[in-house]
Design a protein around this ligand. Structure first.
Ligand code: SAM
Length: 342
């Protein structure tokens, strides 16, 4: 593979019809995962045949084209990105864009199961911060939520990441009646270890054998409970996404709230997502997508690919239509989070 080397300033930045510049790309590198989190997947998920996936070289090319058009932050996700074979070669090769200054941040969202093996390589590839998903500190509950996961293995992964100098942010999905009594423990544990914590509301993505309304815990409720014991000072930090941050005065750590069901973030949305088969989703909560695999494979040059990306960005919708309603059995969006990439 001859990697594309990019000039520092983007050729023509990608700007959508609402004037939003696309500076953040999330790329799912596999739909497979070694966990089966109850809110994310059905236990008997069928995964894509390997031939449908973009190769690591194709993923590199795709990401590089986006970086050449103004993407400054790249998040590798999945499925579980660290279970994809030879995934470190993608990180190593993408790190050249950090070196050239074309990219500000290369990062990853992981369940942590493979981190002990990969943390040092991630750090060596220029990754500075990672997100680790962890919904409970109780080993039995952890097994029930993830169906297949081992909490001790994840904690060893987090230890390895911190030892390698990576900043770790813990992402926890707030689940009604499951971990709602543990939010404070998670907060104290994460902040005590120098990690930020972000809480996420369950999103109606994909069929999962359980009714979403049974899992949904509004973060307004969680916040109201925390405020009884902690001082939460609003931070100005904005990521262009659905997260809002506070500083917890008592712990000194940062706490994020991701409330994707509200619309208060769409107007500043700066992100798009690519699936492991090369489908570009302009909005996590909408079905419209553009196929980038065909133009990617049609020629060695990137003209068709760039054209397909431009046409897709021109259709980026103003916002999403998520709803979680009682009595509504179908998900608002039929594809699973593991397909689009979290
Ligand atoms: N395997 C990696 C991980 O566990 O972080 C990356 C992919 S995972 C799909 C990304 C994030 O999406 C995780 O934090 C997971 O908890 C979250 N997630 C999955 N399905 C979700 C849903 N329906 N609603 C809210 N968050 C979800």
């Amino acid at each position: 593979m001859t990697p594309i080397v990019l000039p520092t300033a983007p050729a023509a930045p990608l700007v959508d019809p609402f004037g939003r510049a696309i500076s953040y790309l999330r790329v799912s590198v596999t739909d497979r995962c070694d966990f089966r989190c109850v809110y994310c997947m059905a236990e008997d998920m069928t995964f894509l045949p390997k031939r449908d996936l973009l190769t690591l070289e194709e993923l590199d090319r795709l990401c590089s084209v986006f970086v050449g058009r103004g993407v400054r932050k790249l998040r590798i996700t999945g499925g579980e990105p660290l279970v994809r074979r030879d995934i470190m070669s993608l990180f190593r090769s993408l790190s050249r864009h950090l070196g050239s200054g074309a990219l500000d941040e290369l990062t990853v969202t992981t369940n942590g199961s493979q981190l002990a093996k990969h943390a040092a390589d991630l750090a060596a590839s220029g990754v500075r911060r990672i997100n680790v998903s962890l919904d409970t500190l109780d080993p039995d509950k952890f097994r029930r939520i993830t169906r297949w996961g081992d909490l001790a293995q994840v904690v060893r992964g987090i230890d390895a990441a911190q030892a390698a100098g990576l900043r770790v942010k813990i992402n926890a999905v707030a689940l009604k009646g499951v971990n709602e009594d543990e939010i404070e423990d998670l907060l104290v544990w994460a902040h005590g270890r120098g990690m930020d914590l972000t809480l996420i509301e369950v999103m109606p993505l994909g069929e999962i054998q359980t009714h979403r309304a049974d899992q949904f815990l509004p973060l307004s409720t969680v916040r109201a409970r925390l405020v009884e014991r902690y001082t939460l000072d609003e931070l100005d930090e904005r990521t262009g996404g659905p997260a809002r941050y506070v500083r917890v005065a008592e712990t000194g750590g940062t706490l994020g709230f991701i409330t994707p069901l509200t619309h208060n973030f769409c107007e500043s949305c700066n992100r798009v997502r690519v699936t492991c088969t090369g489908k570009l989703y302009m909005c996590l909560g909408q079905e419209d997508a553009a196929d980038l695999r065909a133009p990617l494979r049609a020629s060695e040059g990137n003209e068709r690919l760039e054209q397909a990306i431009e046409e897709a960005i021109a259709r980026k919708p103003k916002g999403h239509d998520f709803v979680i309603a009682r009595g509504r059995s179908a998900p608002a969006v039929p594809r699973h989070m593991s397909v689009t990439g979290g």
